[in-house]
Structures are given as C-alpha cells and as structure tokens.
Design a protein around this ligand. Structure first.
Ligand SMILES: Nc1ncnc2c1ncn2[C@@H]1O[C@H](COP(=O)(O)OP(=O)(O)O)[C@@H](O)[C@H]1O
Ligand SMILES: Cc1ncc(COP(=O)(O)OP(=O)(O)O)c(N)n1
Length: 287
C-alpha cells in the first residue's frame, strides 16, 4: 500500500500564488509530501500588494484542523498568516486537543507572519500577545528580522533567539534574509547548541514567499521523520535554490521558484553541511 507522508499548513491564501498556503503546497509537493490545509484568511493580493483580507470564522479554522487530523493524520504542522487573536486562540485550543506541538506528538513550525513584504498587515495589531502565547507550543518559531523586532523588540539574531526561547519555543530560527551584506545567515538554536546556516545572498527582487517556503520545507522534512536541525539544514538549502530560481511575473515582486527537492524521500544527516557549533564556542551565540 502506497501511503504518502502528510503535512498540514494553517495559513492564509495569497491570490497571487506566490506566498501563503499556495507556496506551502508547492513546497510540500516538491518534497513528495501530501499537503493539507486549514485556511485562516483569504487575501486579495498580487505581486504589488495586499488590498483586502477576509478572515475565516475561528470555529471553521478549528474544524478544518479537526477534520484533517482525524482522517489524514499529518505528521507535521506549519502555521503562517493567522490574522487575528480569536483565530490564534481557536488554533491553540485545537492544537492542544489533537496533540500538535510541544506536549503532543506532532511537531509544529510557527512562522509568525505579521506583514507582507510590501508592509501590508497580515496580523491584527492586537493579536501580538496571542501569537507570542502560541510560541509555547512551537517545535520551532521562524521570524524574519522585522518580525523579531515586533515580537521581541530586537533585530539582533542571538538576542531575539534567546527571547523566543524564553517565550517557550523549543527552537528559534531567526532568519537573516532582510539583512544586508553578501551572505544570508539564519541562526538556529535550542539554547544549548547553535547553528549558523549560511548561504550567499542572491541579488533579486523576487523573494515573495521565501519565508513560507522555508517553514513549509522544515515541516515537510519533520513530517518525514527528520530531527529539527536536519530538517532546517535541508530546508535552508531548498530555499536558497528557490530564491535562485525565482522569476518575474506581474508588475511587482515575483515569487521564489519551487524546484524539485534534491532528496525528497531520503533521510540523510545533512546538518554537518551547515556550520555547527556549540553555543559556548561562538561569540554572541545564545544560551
Ligand atoms: N536574497 C536572498 N538570497 C538568499 N537567501 C535569501 C534571500 N532572501 C531571503 N533568503 C532566505 O530565505 C529564507 C526566508 O527569509 P526571509 O526572506 O527573511 O523571510 P520572510 O519571507 O519571512 O521575510 C531565509 O533562509 C533567508 O536567509
Ligand atoms: C497569505 C499570505 N501569507 C503569508 C505572506 C507572507 O509570506 P512570506 O513568505 O513571509 O513572504 P514575503 O511576503 O515576505 O515574501 C503573504 N504575503 N500572504
């Protein structure tokens, strides 16, 4: 019997097809994973910006999670745009009920989406506290530098990672995509061991959906049984290839590409390919 690995995204729809649950499903497919969804919001969005948001009723979001978990049994879950505090609270209750996240058996990747790359809000301003509370369930939380500033008050990667762990996340992955300089460096830590995931910064304006793609790739690999550091190392390689194969479509920022994952089915131990260090051995590393 041929049963695929199943993952779920709890996220908003991007009508332009570059980010949100559309990017998540492209990524799951690239990893050979069957993707399922709980839709939180429908955005009116293209490559230029977001001009409308329609939130899904919180109970309908929770019901989608229950329906999918009860039947398709995803082995990892990822969150993206969550829109409002009532939606986040309904999701947190559903996650606890269904064993998703810390304390359960299904790993949870929380991508704390707050705004689009154009600055359009994707989370209500009064929902930041609810989002911070959700971190206590996260196997890993993956803010970009702007989200780190908004959520924990700093763009310094080690400081932000420490603050995210203090909020209860098992691992923090603070992305450096919005930084400057020739390298695109993300910091992963569990508070004891830290890894700098380093890649060249690719010159392109077409990075729409890069954060969703990274988080979905992590979830895809966790669903297949990888450890978190291994999943992040594979996902980082994947998103770098995704940015390298990005393309122009529409008048604004184009999306990242979704190349076939280099090793969708295998379970190597690629973390050695990333720069792996013990926290105490790295100046400025968290712990
Ligand atoms: N121009 C780029 N070149 C290479 N990697 C990039 C580039 N922009 C973003 N990344 C990588 O893409 C991933 C998503 O990061 P980021 O763009 O900061 O997230 P978000 O989409 O949430 O803003 C990270 O691994 C980051 O380092
Ligand atoms: C519906 C929806 N969800 C998430 C985003 C933001 O996606 P992200 O991958 O963080 O990408 P950028 O917009 O920063 O490229 C979105 N725009 N819409």
């Amino acid at each position: 019997m041929n049963r695929p690995t199943v993952a779920m995204t709890v996220a908003g729809s991007d009508s332009g097809g570059g980010a949100g649950l559309q990017a998540d499903l492209h990524t799951f497919a690239a990893f050979g994973v069957h993707g399922t969804t709980a839709v939180t919001a429908v955005t009116v969005q293209n490559t230029v910006g977001v001009t409308g948001v329609h939130e899904i009723p919180p109970q309908i979001v929770a019901d989608q999670i229950a329906s999918v978990v009860g039947d398709l049994r995803p082995t990892a879950v990822k969150t993206g745009m969550l829109a409002s505090a009532p939606i986040i609270e309904a999701i947190a209750t559903a996650f606890r009920e269904h064993g998703i996240g810390r304390g359960g058996t299904i790993p949870l990747v929380v991508d704390p989406v707050c705004a689009s790359m154009h600055g359009d809000p994707l989370l209500r301003a009064d929902a930041l506290a609810a989002l911070r509370d959700l971190f206590a369930l996260a196997t890993v939380v993956t803010p970009n530098l702007d989200e780190a500033a908004l959520l924990v008050g700093t763009r310094d990667q080690p400081d932000a990672a420490r603050a995210l762990l203090a909020l209860g996340a098992e691992h923090a992955l603070v992305k450096g995509g919005h930084g400057t300089g020739p390298r695109s460096r993300d910091l992963l830590t569990d508070g004891v061991t830290s890894w700098w995931l380093d890649a060249e910064r690719i010159e392109t304006g077409n990075t729409h959906g890069s954060g969703d793609t990274l988080a979905a790739a992590i979830a895809a690999r966790l669903a297949g049984g990888d450890t978190l550091p291994d999943a992040v190392a594979v996902a980082k390689r994947y998103v770098t290839r995704a940015v390298a194969t990005s393309y122009s479509v529409g008048a604004g920022h184009g999306p990242v590409g979704h190349p076939t994952a280099d090793d969708p089915a295998g379970h190597p131990s690629p973390v050695a390919a990333a720069e792996s260090t013990s926290a105490g051995a790295v100046a400025g590393a968290p712990s």
